[in-house]
Write a protein that binds this ligand. Structure first.
Ligand code: HEC
Ligand code: HEC
Ligand code: HEC
Ligand code: HEC
Length: 191
């Protein structure tokens, strides 16, 4: 509560608007980071809709490790911010099925330190839970992958799973004993 008060009513309202008023826990997190400071440790999946195990368990995520260590799929380089924050890059840099660009300059840690830099949106601002309309978008984003005929609706689960698990599967091929989780229960860990 202290955090909420310290940040003032305006940012509380902004955060609630951003998350459609449905993800209060996340909104508090967003206030803490203010969208301009990279979080160190994050807990994702704080408010699951389903009560089925293991889906109800939270997902710890070290932003610090993923943004600063050699966490690319081949474990040889540091990931570019836009590999995950894919809307934070210029249109000309978009690859594959991506077509939405919300930043004219590629997001970097240095860019974010500029006083006039736009804050970074949480993935969940656009990739909402099933049945929840994202604020600022007509609907939950969807894409049609080249190898598929039907569109895939990128709810929070779908978007994060595609992002996290696709990379972790590649890592596992290189390093069988990797700590990068690929199974439900090793990523959605009980506290
Ligand atoms: C491996 C994926 C990944 C990489 C790489 C990554 N991020 Fe993130 N970032 C995330 C996730 C996931 C969140 C948490 C979103 C949430 O709370 O739902 C996040 C949150 C943030 C936030 C807080 C946003 C908010 O609204 O609270 C900022 C700021 C941020 N990242 C900046 C960066 C910058 C700058 C870089 C590059 C130096 C970077 N990130 C690299 C995945 C990533
Ligand atoms: C500003 C809204 C917005 C934010 C913020 C956002 N996305 Fe997306 N995402 C989209 C849209 C829209 C698409 C559909 C493709 C497009 O229009 O670029 C998409 C597509 C995707 C896809 C499918 C594309 C592919 O290459 O398979 C994944 C996975 C994804 N997002 C994950 C994430 C993650 C992880 C984050 C946060 C680190 C995030 N998104 C933040 C709007 C957003
Ligand atoms: C582009 C690649 C990539 C993406 C995207 C990615 N990771 Fe990872 N992840 C890694 C690598 C590499 C490791 C370290 C593997 C090792 O050292 O054995 C790792 C390790 C982890 C670990 C073990 C603890 C740690 O920090 O090392 C967790 C938990 C984890 N990732 C969660 C996530 C979640 C949740 C997401 C999606 C929000 C995600 N990761 C997205 C590459 C990725
Ligand atoms: C690499 C980590 C990882 C793995 C492996 C993983 N998940 Fe997830 N899962 C996540 C993240 C991150 C989210 C999105 C959390 C958020 O919205 O904050 C998520 C979201 C979900 C949701 C949506 C919850 C809601 O209502 O918002 C369900 C359901 C789910 N996962 C089930 C599963 C199941 C079942 C498996 C195994 C087949 C699985 N997950 C494997 C990381 C993982």
């Amino acid at each position: 509560m202290k955090i909420l008060l310290a940040c003032g009513a305006a940012s509380v309202l902004a955060a609630v608007a951003l998350f459609g008023g449905t993800r209060t826990t996340l909104a508090v997190g967003a206030l803490l980071f203010d969208g301009k400071v990279q979080p160190k440790e994050v807990v994702l999946n704080k408010t699951p809709k389903t009560a089925k195990s293991p889906d109800k368990f939270p997902v710890p995520f070290s932003h610090e490790n993923h943004a600063a260590k050699n966490y690319s799929a081949d474990m040889k380089s540091v990931l570019g911010c836009a590999e995950c924050h894919h809307t934070d890059q210029p249109k000309a840099a978009l690859k594959g099925v991506l077509k939405t660009a919300e930043r004219d300059e590629l997001l970097t840690a240095a860019l974010l330190e500029k006083p006039d830099a736009k804050p970074v949106k949480s993935c969940a601002a656009c990739h909402t839970q099933e049945g929840v309309k994202p604020a600022g978008l007509a609907a939950i984003p969807e894409v049609t992958y080249p190898e598929e005929s039907d569109p895939t609706i990128l709810t929070n689960g779908e978007a994060y799973h595609r992002n996290c698990i696709t990379c972790h599967e590649s890592v596992k091929k290189l390093k069988a004993d990797t700590k990068a989780p690929t199974t439900c229960a090793s990523c959605h860990v009980a506290k």
